[in-house]
Design a protein around this ligand. Structure first.
Ligand code: SF4
Length: 703
């Protein structure tokens, strides 16, 4: 007779990495609860954690390789699938050269250990320069600023959320996302605690978001105008703080250039561009100056933006000038047990994309170039694609065009346990085990955590004979690939061996709770280990050549000086602007196949200000047609009197109605993809990252 068992591990669905207590019986998940002993989440979980059970039980989840013949799919054994994948990749490479094979890695990559360790190894073996990932429709500008200012793409200061007195969030809705580049489980409770200790939350977002609803102050700038607001704050702070804060005096370079660079960005210009009164901006500056501890944290809304890199530079400068960088209650670097800032810092613009000429970052071109690189004939045209844990047809600009391009490829293989709108276009799908079936150590999000901690996450049970872990798939591909090449290759060991090595060589000093850092010691601490609050560490962590913070990196100087900050209206300033929104029960494009998360009243509708609806002669639930230079979608509309006039919001990650997808619940919910409207030709001039925020659109009543 089988006994119930308790397992402890972290949820890997989002950046909050909440501790879970999972009860199982004979490979059946009985319950999922929050792990009260987890040092970071202390028992908190959100509704999505329960979906891990749904994911495990989902009949649509693939567990064996599938091959497509025409529109029919068949199961195939692992050896044949691996052999066929390698043969086809090598054929394409032999005929067209190594750059004709491309790789796209989706957002789940960073949430899965084997993809981080072994995926990277295989993709590098392919020898192609055509790497793409979800980074370039997300946080790339933040990483670029970190690289230029602090010397490493992962040196991203984290808000010291539990000790700050003034938290300013811009383009960030953590009540829905559960925090991003700010690992902070139970963010609602942390915000309440901030307010109970007399602190203040300010939210800057064109939409009255779920987080704005908790804030004492909500400022709603016109979409795309954020840099003018941030730059005006920098300018005003510099008036009060013309010299670097004393404690940073020996740690900064280029501070003296800032006053001149930001001089044109006065309060009146910011007010005209953003629609926010001068008095409100000035009040915010005063609040930052007077707060005992303050921190600004910007996220997606200002990353996927035509001035995304400039926006994130300004955020860093606000923290720095106000004396809140590397300070308790301000913005501090986390101290992960395995610190990836000791390895390759990253590079920018070592090459440009063949067709669109956009720069690469850390060996990746912006994903908005992928479609043109496939569709444009010429030397190094992409002919084969490895899609790893991603659904770019729904999550990257001009998704329909990308789908057509993927269909035209000579070969496409997907490493994914769902046959979705993108992997359904592949010739082969190699499905890895799902999260609970494999070991996990979070290599990324301990770098962005509001409190230092570490934990090993043991698989619930061994995989079944017909399954493969992601790292096993990559090792098999690598082994077969190299058998066909003259080069020798040594395969990586099991990821747990790599984690043990990383822990044993950690520079972190173990404390009394943990005699030593090793895999064995973490296995004895199934709830994870608290490594204490964030600490001042910039002096030892900075990786710039001079060891100092670069306040005015050369490329940002060029960008700010090249900015046209006239008051003249451009074509983009007129008409409607499109912004995206997310739902707390949605997880990018996936997680939509679970009835638990998609049941109830439809969440797929556009929002408009009531006056705009009046002007368009539409009522709640009537259909509107939204069109852009890229495409058009039709969907129901609802009034939102907290939205700015001229702004339309549409949920992100939907549109599961493609013939090739085999996700029954998601297909039933359907919806439309916002990325049928976004334009790959709109991008951040500095980083090349797609400007998904503020796409100009036209709206009509649908007939
Ligand atoms: S907040 Fe994120 S990590 Fe925590 S339970 Fe929800 S989905 Fe999982």
């Amino acid at each position: 007779m089988h006994q119930t068992q308790q397992h402890y591990r972290a949820c890997n669905l989002c950046e909050a990495i909440c501790g879970l207590e999972i009860t199982t019986k004979n490979r059946e998940i009985i319950s999922i609860r929050g792990d009260k002993k987890d040092p970071l989440s202390k028992g908190y979980i959100c509704a999505k954690a329960l979906a891990l059970k749904d994911l495990y039980e989902d009949p649509d989840r693939l567990t064996q390789p599938r091959i497509r013949k025409g529109s029919d799919w068949h199961t195939i054994d692992w050896d044949s699938a691996i052999q066929l994948t390698v043969e086809r990749l090598l054929q394409v490479r032999a005929e067209y050269g190594s750059h004709s094979v491309a790789v796209y890695q989706g957002n789940p990559t960073v949430h899965n250990l084997g993809m981080m360790t072994h995926g990277r190894e295989f993709f590098q073996s392919l020898g192609t320069r055509n790497h793409y990932s979800a980074t370039s429709v997300d946080q790339l500008p933040q990483q670029l600023v970190a690289l230029w200012m602090y010397g490493h793409q992962l040196l991203l200061p984290v808000p010291d959320l539990d000790r700050t007195q003034l938290l300013i969030l811009i383009g960030h809705n953590p009540i829905v996302s559960n925090g991003s580049l700010m690992t902070a489980p139970n963010i609602r409770n942390r915000i309440q605690q901030l307010q109970q200790r007399g602190g203040e939350l300010v939210v800057i977002d064109p939409r009255f978001t779920e987080t704005a609803a908790l804030a004492q102050t909500h400022l709603a700038p016109t979409p795309g105008s954020d840099f003018y607001l941030l730059a005006a704050i920098v300018r005003q702070l510099l008036i009060y703080q013309p010299e670097p804060p004393t404690k940073l005096n020996d740690l900064v370079e280029g501070y003296e250039k800032l006053m001149h660079l930001f001089a044109p960005f006065h309060l009146e210009l910011a007010s005209r561009k953003t629609g926010i009164p001068v008095s409100s901006i000035q009040q915010l500056v005063t609040d930052i100056l007077h707060a005992e501890h303050a921190v600004v944290h910007g996220r997606l809304g200002i990353s996927t933006h035509q001035q995304g890199t400039l926006c994130h530079w300004a955020c860093q400068l606000i923290n720095l000038i106000s004396g809140n960088f590397d300070a308790q209650g301000g913005a501090l670097f986390a101290q992960p047990a395995i610190d990836l800032t000791h390895i390759t810092p990253g590079q920018f613009a070592t090459e440009c994309a063949r067709v669109d000429q956009l720069p690469n970052f850390c060996g990746e071109f912006p994903v908005s170039c992928l479609q043109t690189e496939i569709a444009t004939p010429g030397q190094d045209q992409i002919r084969a694609l490895v899609l790893s844990a991603g659904n770019p047809v729904l999550t990257t600009p001009a998704g329909k065009d990308l789908a057509a391009a993927i269909k035209s490829l000579e070969f496409c293989v997907a490493i994914d346990f769902y046959q979705n709108e993108s992997s359904g276009l592949a010739h082969l799908i190699l499905p890895p085990t799902m999260a609970l079936e494999r070991d996990h150590y979070d290599l990324i999000f301990h770098h962005f955590s509001v409190r230092n901690s570490t934990r090993w996450n043991q698989a619930l049970w061994s995989r079944q004979a017909h399954q493969r872990h992601d790292w096993e798939i990559f090792n098999a591909l690598n082994e077969t690939y190299h058998k066909n090449l003259p080069s020798n290759h040594t395969l990586l060991p099991d990821p747990s061996v790599l984690i043990d090595m990383g822990l044993r060589t950690s520079s972190l000093q173990p404390d009394s709770e943990l005699a030593e850092l090793s895999l064995a010691s973490l296995k004895c601490q199934p709830h994870g280990v608290d490594l204490g609050p964030l600490r001042s560490s910039a002096k030892t962590k900075l990786k710039t050549k001079s060891g100092k913070i670069q306040c005015a990196p050369e490329r940002l100087i060029q960008a700010i000086q090249g900015l046209k900050h006239t008051d003249t209206e451009t074509a983009e300033d007129t008409g409607y602007k499109l912004i995206s929104r997310r739902d707390s029960r949605s997880n990018n494009s996936w997680g939509h196949n679970f009835a638990r998360l998609t049941k109830g009243r439809s969440r797929f509708y556009a929002c408009l200000h009531p006056d705009d609806m009046l002007q368009l002669d539409v009522n709640d639930e009537q259909l509107i047609q939204i069109s852009s230079t890229t495409g058009e979608i039709t969907l129901p509309v609802r009034a939102d009197n907290k939205l700015l006039r001229g702004v339309v919001s549409v949920p992100f990650g939907w549109g599961h109605h493609h013939a090739q997808s085999r996700t029954q619940q998601a297909n039933q919910v359907g919806g439309q993809s916002i990325n049928d409207l976004t334009d790959p030709k709109r991008y951040d001039a500095v980083s090349g990252v797609a400007a998904l925020t503020g796409t100009p659109v036209k709206i009509h009543k649908a007939h």
